[in-house]
Design a protein around this ligand. Structure first.
Ligand SMILES: Cc1cc2nc3c(=O)[nH]c(=O)nc-3n(C[C@H](O)[C@H](O)[C@H](O)COP(=O)(O)O)c2cc1C
Length: 285
């Protein structure tokens, strides 16, 4: 067995999916995509998976960059599972294109509905008690298909999404570097650095025992939902106030907003950068 699954996860849905699929395929090395791709080559792997959330109708930028730089075995069976809620957009095309450039292709692609978890903008939906067990069952089914190396054509971006993308998504992406100017730590911060260690973009550093966000944020919410004292707060940045559209007007983090994360994934799970066959691996320090 030489299976490797690369994952990116903020609120745990994608990591949980990776764990389930690893179990179904008889074990896999789970590797966070926040590693340097040069350190985690898949040049000898027989099966290579990519599991990540859909962000703004595509994969997170960090995922695109990681896959572009990753060495892969062109003979390996490759699969991708994108966790999302409603619009997968062009996420599979992005990874497929990157694999084509490496002389291979995406053999299996499937989108998996999970709890939508953008706590800066809305309450989690659909209800967690319905959606989490459903996502668990569906992830197992997907894992069984991957275990037999099924070929499955991935879903592509719909024409309507292609038409809407420049109108709805591009304005956000143009100011994304401004997004994390909204984060700050309240007096409840105990300087534990959990936010730094769960951040899939390695975007947080510490200065005088307080977190500093360094403008490579993709809005995953890990720092908010895994903070043990709920100290991470958010005030809508000026650039987003200026955009003033139906989505930016919703931004904010009211005291009572549910800070959802996948119930099976702890902060310690996300801090682990590499888990060999579901065993404890390297802890990021
Ligand atoms: C910044 C951000 C952007 C998102 N964009 C989309 C999107 O374009 N389409 C969609 O269906 N879901 C979108 N979602 C929902 C996530 O894809 C979904 O909650 C995913 O399961 C989160 O994965 P994670 O728990 O591994 O971080 C978005 C969530 C966040 C935080």
């Amino acid at each position: 067995m030489n299976n490797v699954i690369f994952y990116f996860s903020g609120t745990g849905n994608s990591l949980r999916t990776a764990q389930i699929i690893a179990q179904e395929i008889g074990g896999a090395k789970l590797v966070s995509m926040r590693n340097n791709p040069a350190d985690v080559s898949a040049a000898d792997a027989e099966m290579i998976g990519f599991i990540c959330p859909v962000y703004e109708w595509d994969v997170p930028k960090a995922v695109k960059k990681f896959v572009a730089q990753l060495a892969v075995n062109p003979q390996a069976y490759t699969f991708m599972v994108a966790t999302y809620i409603a619009i997968h957009g062009r996420c599979f095309e992005t990874i497929s294109t990157a694999l084509h450039e490496k002389g291979t292709c995406l053999h299996f692609g499937k989108a998996l509905r999970c709890v939508a978890s953008q706590c800066i903008a809305y309450e989690p939906f659909p209800p967690v008690q319905i959606m989490v067990p459903l996502a668990e069952r569906n992830a197992q089914k997907i894992g069984k298909e991957i275990a037999v190396r099924r070929l499955r054509k991935y879903p592509v971006m719909s024409p309507i999404s292609k038409w809407l993308y420049p109108k709805m998504m591009t304005p956000f992406l143009n100011i994304q570097h401004e997004y994390d100017k909204g984060f700050y730590a309240s007096d409840a911060c105990i300087g534990c650095e959990v936010c730094r260690r769960v951040c899939p973009c390695k975007n947080i550093t510490f200065l005088n025992k307080r977190p500093v966000w360094n403008h490579s944020c993709e809005g995953c919410n890990a720092c908010v939902v895994y903070c043990p004292t709920k100290a991470v707060q958010f005030k809508t940045p000026d650039a987003y106030i200026k955009l003033n559209n139906v989505i930016t007007r919703r931004l904010g983090l009211p005291e009572k907003r549910t800070r959802y994360h996948n119930p099976y994934i702890t902060a310690a799970d996300l801090m682990r950068d590499s888990v060999e066959a579901l065993q404890t691996g390297v802890v990021l320090t």
